[in-house]
Ligand binder design. Sequence first.
Ligand code: ADP
Length: 466
Amino acid sequence: MSSGGEGRSLAFQLAVYFSGVFGLISILGGLLLFHLVSVHNLDEIDDDITRQKEELVRLLRDGDAVAVREEFTAGALASGTTDYFVRLTDADGKVLMTSDMSRWPEIVKAATLLDREDVGTSRFRTVDLPDTRRKARLLSVRLSPERYMQMGISLESNELFFDNLRHTGMLILALMLGLGGLTGWALARKAMAGVEGVTAAATRIADGHFSERVEVAGQGREIDRLVATFNVMADRVQRVLTEMRQVNDNIAHDLRSPLTRIRGLAESAVVDGTLSGEGAEIAGSIVEDCDRLMLMINTMLDITEAEAGLGGLKLAELDLCELVAQVTELFAGVAEDKGIDLAGQCAGEPVVALADRRKLQRALANLVDNAIKYTPAGGRVRVAVNCREGRADLTVSDTGPGIVLEDMLRIFDRFFRSDRSRHLPGNGLGLSLAQAVAHAHGGAIEVGQVPDGGSVFTLTIPLGRA
Ligand code: ADP
């Protein structure tokens, strides 16, 4: 899961963290256990050998040679010649008595190991048996100045046990890593579910859906507080925006009547011929300015109406190919006058969407009007319809100057006009209206750059019910 944006998701980080902690605890626990078991095991083996040594020493002291010999063979038979040996040597290392040593080659004699030690000294050693991967535990004892005894026990079964313990440990470690990762991931998912809700709502609000709120779903005090605070903030933003728009709308409404009156007076002065010369000219430009202001006011009110959402739409089935044909025909004359090659493109099949014909036509007309207005003579403007995954894209591309990146972020704002286009007629409301219409249909509008430098606007609406 990626929650988008930079860096790794918190779920991933927590999964790695938990996995690491679980793994470390398992490794430390495993090592400690391994150490304790191996120490304990070796103690047991040493005790065992010591017990056997003491029995032999007792028999030797009693001077019962037959019993000693029997004990030698009995011990070796009971444990197996590969697993056990015992031998008696003199100070020169000459063997006085021994069990079968055929499987115990090259064991250093006790006389060599202990020749400088006091009588009664015994020493344990762990040795590697040559030509095998076995280890053995060796007890060398100096019984008297002239006599040495040596016993050995193979540690093979012991090592087998530790091999098994190691394998089980690895398995437990792998399980702990997996379990740790899973726990971290699940915890982060649970904790982040609320935050993701807030992020989704914030994204929708940023897209202009100001009524979006997040449900307080009892996901823990901190998240619930974040959600509640976020909702309060969203309420305030919506209230301020609504009030601002109401003020705008009221001003627009209130301006309409005096403007109409002023226009009427100026027009009748021109028509009646009561004014002449400069006076008539001034009256004429008053009529023009009033028309421009009226258009601006009406567009502002249209944007407000479109932003009110679906309630203001008159939805009906509409063939978008036909819409494109109508709009291109509408602008054919203007394009021709300016020397611009304007054409509509449609796959052939009708693309039917549920839409408000008048509003969508106006939005598309604004895009085509801009494309023609901002593209120099000799340029090309294309209007196309494309379908994808239940949505239709209305695309208007041109070979004009394109739009710089910092302007792209603002061109859909009301009254925004880029510095490069101020010398051309316009009021900065055309794209705001197109965007409001797209949103009202449950769609969106995007701007981009075409490879040869012009701009491309894509108005997307759902094909089914908006
Ligand atoms: P107007 O065209 O009335 O200025 P719009 O809202 O339609 O207002 O457009 C806003 C701004 O976006 C324009 O002032 C212009 O700078 C830029 N713009 C829009 N369409 C294009 C285009 N096809 N090519 C270049 N710039 C464009």
